[in-house]
Design a protein around this ligand. Structure first.
Ligand SMILES: Cc1ncc(COP(=O)(O)O)c(C=O)c1O
Length: 400
């Protein structure tokens, strides 16, 4: 039943928002300015842009190492590179198994596959879409070596339960914090629970260097390898050209590090900006039927990589693809979900591993049970109010 007479923009009505919202894809949504330029100028004038001989990468690494209380932090060329470096560090054998969530970016599992190990897909929580601890243990076999919990959208996984399962079965934990820099679980930074942690600085992330990332471990030589070798052709630089095992070059340049240092110093403020507007929007949507606005919980401090709005698909006359299109027409760029299908359904994955369509039913449903709105540190409370009006207009229109 239609509950409003407002004509939707997608049907030729007037859009709620007639201006461009900030986007992380340009300066409207990013805090990039004189601080980054100053750091970059120092690198250019110093004439040394490389990871090995430069100093900025080492400075940024030290900031992360100290903040996360790690043994070592290595900046790398992407979040995917961080995760591949972590898998190489764990020295996996062919046929080893690594438990991964079924909703995530492919970067979470590429490192597993590239090291000839097998990703094993775990179902997710329908609301947070994070790995469901209830589904982890049934996938554990004698070949299981590690779990990769992904703190999706900036909200933490249930780390108490994941760590207790890992300890019981003696599994390594590699935290994928690509979307969750400075996210906290029970007041503690995510990334500080497991054996390794991986963060992405890609353009849309809470802090950015265009592309890039960092991988950290609390115990270097955990598996007989040094983390630095795993991203540097396994070349012990103190020696004259030797290569200890197979490893790519995933160097982070000092140009990226220059931007990273300036971005890191603004990170608390940038996360604050994301949180203020996102939490305001969640408050505005609290009474709306058929949606589950996200925010902090007793255990979770949300850093809002994007604004994920779980919905009850049965509350609406159309699916989330139609809702997302209508919302976009109202001036709010919106996608129906983070990924269109569980990660194991992509051909590149499915052709390599035995999958069944019903192996993670909640992950399948989750892809139809959300609206996914890009967010930025420059999205203001006023923007959130306009976005709220657009969401209400569309969801009222299509309410059952
Ligand atoms: C959860 C997750 N893991 C890994 C990655 C890979 O990061 P990158 O794009 O920096 O390679 C991403 C990227 O969006 C991600 O969202």
């Amino acid at each position: 039943m239609t509950t409003t007479t407002q004509k939707l923009a997608v049907d030729g009505g007037t859009p709620v928002i007639d201006y461009a919202l900030p986007t992380v894809n340009n300066s409207s949504g990013r805090s990039l300015g004189k601080e980054e330029i100053k750091e970059l100028t120092e690198v250019i004038e110093g004439g040394n842009m490389g990871f090995i001989s430069g100093s900025k990468g080492k400075m940024l690494q030290e900031k992360f190492r100290a903040k996360y209380g790690m043994d070592v932090a290595i900046c790398v060329s992407s979040g995917t590179a961080a995760l591949h470096t972590a898998m190489n560090f764990l020295d996996l054998d062919s046929g080893d198994e690594v438990l991964v969530p079924s909703i995530t970016d492919i970067g979470t599992i590429l490192g597993v596959m590239l090291q000839n190990a097998d990703p094993v897909f775990v179902d997710v929580d329908l609301i947070t879409q994070n790995m469901d601890p209830d589904d982890i243990e049934r996938h554990i076999t004698p070949r299981t070596k590690a779990i990769i919990p992904v703190h999706l959208y900036g909200f933490p996984c249930d780390m108490d339960r994941i760590m207790s399962i890992a300890r019981k079965h003696k599994l390594y934990v590699v935290e994928d914090c690509a979307q969750a820099i400075f996210t906290k679980y029970k007041g503690q930074l995510v990334g500080t629970f497991g054996d390794l942690t991986c963060i992405s600085f890609q353009q849309s992330k809470q802090m950015t260097t265009g592309d890039g990332g960092v991988v950290m471990t609390r115990k270097d030589q955990l598996c007989g390898r040094k983390l630095i070798h795993c991203h540097d052709k396994a070349w012990p630089r103190e020696k004259y050209r030797d290569h200890l095992f197979l490893a790519p070059n995933y160097h982070f340049t000092d140009l990226q590090a220059a931007v990273g240092i300036a971005q890191y110093d603004k990170l608390d403020a940038m996360i604050d900006g994301r949180r203020k507007s996102a939490l305001h929007l969640s408050g505005l949507l609290a009474d709306l039927n058929g949606v589950y606005p996200q925010g902090d919980t007793a255990d979770g401090f949300h850093t809002f990589f994007n604004y994920d709005l779980p919905i009850d698909p049965d509350a609406f006359t159309v699916d989330n693809r139609v809702l997302a299109k209508a919302l976009t027409a109202e001036g709010v760029t919106c996608y129906p979900s983070f990924i269109p299908q569980p990660i194991y359904m992509y051909d590149v994955v499915a052709k390599n591993y035995p999958i069944t369509l019903d192996m993670c039913p909640k992950a399948v449903k989750a892809c139809y049970s959300m609206l996914y709105i890009p967010w930025s540190e420059k999205t203001t409370v006023k923007h959130a109010e306009d976005i709220g009006k657009a969401i209400k207009k569309v969801l009222h229109y299509y309410a059952k």
